[in-house]
Design a protein. Structure first.
Length: 292
């Protein structure tokens, strides 16, 4: 099951893999499949399209970049109530990585995707060459998290027009210039049976609680087990990961490197992809150099 009818112009996924319990996971890729795999995992309420610029840059740099639609998002299958926890997200990740034939990928995750990566490596023993966490750490700001939930929970029955969708996004991201052409919104919404525009994700995932204390404690414990190269990237304007939250993680994981991207909010790659991609590639070329 999925959100509804895809709008004209919505990009077709390049790949579909079988995830945990038969869930179909959609994705795109850039670069030579024989090269080092970099898996890009988006945040809650996003899709693989959030990584398009970064994926293209990583592919051009010599990596095999793969961006996934998490279960219940974009073109991946819906999983239903109670099936959006970290456990199942990690199993999906492991299934896709195995299908791609990699035994040691580089994991890059934003927000929810960073949590999945952190649990996979620090708790489930998944082997990876490096970890990049984007605007996420075990300690986040409740107010920023609540703002995300408020944005995702608005208009549960759908929007009347793409103009309404654009207004909702602009209100959530006032630092970004509102686009004049609304065609790009096609990949963010679907057309429901009632004729309204709804987000591309399963409403049942509202029951997942990324800000819950038990989940944050789980991430904190997982971070204790990190021994691989780690890069933490924070958006300088973020109200989700504060500077204090970032420094708390760096105290816990002293070998981790840190980049603070000014003029970027929680969606770092979308706000300043140029700086983001440059910082990530510089880090990866040092800690996971490409084979010649």
């Amino acid at each position: 099951m999925s959100a509804g009818k895809r709008l004209p112009g919505t990009p077709i996924p390049k790949h579909v893999w079988e995830g945990h319990e038969g869930i179909k996971i959609a994705g795109d890729s850039w670069g030579n499949p024989k090269n080092q795999l970099v898996v890009l995992q988006h945040g809650g309420g996003q899709t693989r399209h959030a990584w398009k610029g970064a994926g293209e840059t990583l592919g051009a740099a010599g990596y095999h970049a793969v961006a996934l639609d998490a279960r219940g998002h974009g073109d991946s299958d819906w999983a239903g109530e109670g099936n959006y926890g970290a456990e199942k997200m990690v199993e999906d990740l492991k299934c896709v990585v195995a299908e791609l034939g990699s035994d040691s990928p580089i994991l890059v995750g934003a927000s929810m995707g960073a949590g999945t990566s952190l649990v996979a490596i620090g708790e489930k023993g998944m082997t990876a060459k490096a970890l990049v966490m984007v605007d996420m750490a075990p300690r986040i700001e409740p107010a920023g998290q609540a703002k995300i939930q408020e944005f995702m929970n608005q208009k549960p029955d759908g929007f009347d027009s793409l103009e309404e969708v654009a207004e909702a996004i602009a209100n959530y991201q006032p630092h970004r210039k509102r686009p004049r052409n609304l065609d790009g919104l096609a990949k963010n919404v679907r057309l429901a049976d009632n004729g309204k525009y709804v987000w591309h994700w399963d409403p049942a995932r509202r029951s997942s609680r990324p800000g819950a204390p038990d989940y944050r404690e789980r991430l904190h414990k997982a971070a204790d087990n990190l021994t691989l190269p780690v890069l933490l990237v924070r958006g300088g304007l973020s109200d989700v990961l504060s500077e204090e939250g970032a420094q708390s993680f760096l105290d816990q994981c002293p070998h981790a490197e840190y980049v603070n991207v000014s003029n970027a909010a929680h969606m770092v790659a979308g706000d300043r992809n140029d700086i983001f991609a440059e910082s990530v590639i510089e880090f990866l070329l040092r800690v996971a150099p490409l084979e010649k």
